[in-house]
Design a protein around this ligand. Structure first.
Ligand code: ARG
Length: 466
């Protein structure tokens, strides 16, 4: 049997291979609830406009209620013959309620129908993602608060640079995902427009009322242009871009967790439930979860490129190419949702090894900049101070000790070749060379001083609730 929805003009049915190649029901059936919501709003509008009768509408509503029950119970029989989610549901409706089911598609096309379904689906996915980002952020803030004073080696080029607090480091990720959340909210605004009423591409000859359908479905407005509405998927591309960026941020955090968990760093441990063992090496505890986040970031980057490539050569208006938008979009959303769920749970399970973080700080002359700043505050030009401290670091390297291990006289001797440097040093230099002194001194908005970290956490909480 051919596809009853359109087989009238054809003299032979499509082959089984073509049927399978062109069908989308196996992946677009997950938009079934959105499809029914859209159809009901369309049918109610048709009845209000007297395009179908009140009896037709009540038949459609009754049939759709049963179909929804069947789908939720897993009892709905999806058929490849009916091609996609839209025709499967319409065919079942017609079986259940007869002519009213056949009237549903008046003034509508699958082109505006599918565009509406995707937007409804994506809106829900974005709302879920926004809740999960907030969960993740709250857990990040709790951990940051517990470690507002905990010193960690800050790196540049993966070389020890300056002390930061672990709390400050975590807050960097708060900011990244805060911008990600803004991107999702922004994408949602542009997604939230109604394509229905555009019909196949040009609009319809029936006296439809698009605004009322938009209101019923919670869309902010209607799409202004029918050709644009049925053909562009820029909202899906934007969404994938927001996913790719969020995953990129989480991938960077994953890379850090993996490094920190390696005994070479030994800064943290992950809860056992986020790690796995080795089938050969009995001692192993591997950070598989962050590694997979890093790996799945490549996968969603691919989805973004797939959608951009899908769109770039399409003439207006709808082309079947667009059926290929769904699998990348769904997978990007699924990956994002699962990753955020996992991350929100993984953060509270991080065991911080503060002692190791502090020991690591002693290896890299992390307070050298503080010593230079000290000399500058005593009147030495910064470039001279930089040179003087570089000499002190070389002397410390020869002695295999930290700058803070020098006596005052030894420190003076180490920088004797820079005119005017040594005499600027006095006993108070010791405070500048401590980790705590270094941290506390960076006491301005955005700085790592524990006092500032606590203030930043308080502001972050207000920003989240506003
Ligand atoms: N399954 C199709 C899609 O996903 C629905 C729209 C099909 N329209 C058409 N004229 N073939 O895009």
């Amino acid at each position: 049997a051919g596809n009853k929805a359109w087989s009238g003009r054809f003299s032979e049915p499509v082959s089984d291979l073509v049927k399978r190649y062109t069908a989308s029901v196996f992946f677009d059936k997950r938009m079934a609830e959105q499809d029914i919501r859209g159809s009901l709003a369309h049918a109610r509008m048709l009845a209000r406009q007297s395009i179908i009768g009140d009896k037709d509408l009540s038949d459609i509503e009754r049939g759709m209620a049963q179909i929804l029950d069947e789908i939720r119970a897993g009892a709905f029989e999806w058929s490849l013959d009916a091609e996609d989610v839209h025709l499967n549901i319409e065919r079942r409706l017609t079986t259940l309620v007869g002519d009213a089911g056949k009237r549903l598609h008046t003034g509508r096309s699958r082109n505006d129908q599918v565009a509406t379904d995707i937007r409804l689906w994506l809106r829900d996915a974005i709302d879920q993602i926004l809740v999960l980002i907030a969960d993740f952020q709250r857990n990040l803030l709790t951990l940051a608060e517990a470690h507002a004073d905990t010193p960690l080696p800050g790196h540049t080029h993966l070389q020890i640079a300056q002390p930061v607090t672990f709390g400050h480091h975590l807050l960097a990720y708060f900011e990244m995902v805060q911008r990600d959340a803004e991107r999702f909210r922004d994408t949602r605004r542009r997604t939230n427009r109604l394509p229905l009423g555009s019909a196949a591409l040009a609009g319809t000859t029936f006296p439809i009322d698009r605004e009322s359908v938009a209101r019923e479905l919670g869309f902010e407005a209607v799409c202004e242009n029918s050709l644009d509405a049925v053909s562009d998927r820029d909202f899906a591309i934007e969404f994938c871009a927001a996913v790719a960026l969020t995953m990129t941020h989480l991938s960077r955090l994953s890379e850090e967790l993996i490094l920190w968990m390696s005994p070479r760093f030994g800064f943290i441990d992950l809860a056992d439930r986020f790690t796995t063992g080795s089938s050969i090496m009995p001692q192993k505890k591997n950070p598989d979860v962050p590694e997979l986040v890093r790996g799945k970031t490549g996968r969603v980057n691919g989805h973004l490129v797939a959608l951009l490539t899908l769109m770039k050569g399409q003439p207006l208006a709808y082309n079947k190419d667009n059926q290929e938008d769904k699998e990348p979009l769904f997978d990007a959303a699924d990956t994002m949702i699962d990753t955020l769920r996992i991350y929100a749970d993984m953060i509270p399970g991080i065991k911080v090894k503060a002692h190791n973080m502090r020991e690591a700080l002693k290896l890299g002359f992390a307070t050298a900049t503080d010593l230079a700043d000290y000399l500058v505050k005593k009147g030495l030009p910064f470039r001279d101070a930089h040179e003087a401290v570089a000499l002190a670091v070389r002397a410390a390297e020869v002695r295999n000790c930290d700058l803070s291990d020098f006596t005052l006289d030894e420190l003076k001797a180490s920088m004797a070749h820079v005119a005017g440097a040594a005499e600027k040093l006095s006993a108070d230099v010791a405070a500048a060379l401590t980790i705590e002194g270094s941290l506390a001194a960076r006491n301005h908005i955005g700085g790592t001083a524990p006092e500032q970290v606590r203030a930043a956490i308080a502001r972050a909480r207000t920003r989240m609730s506003s």
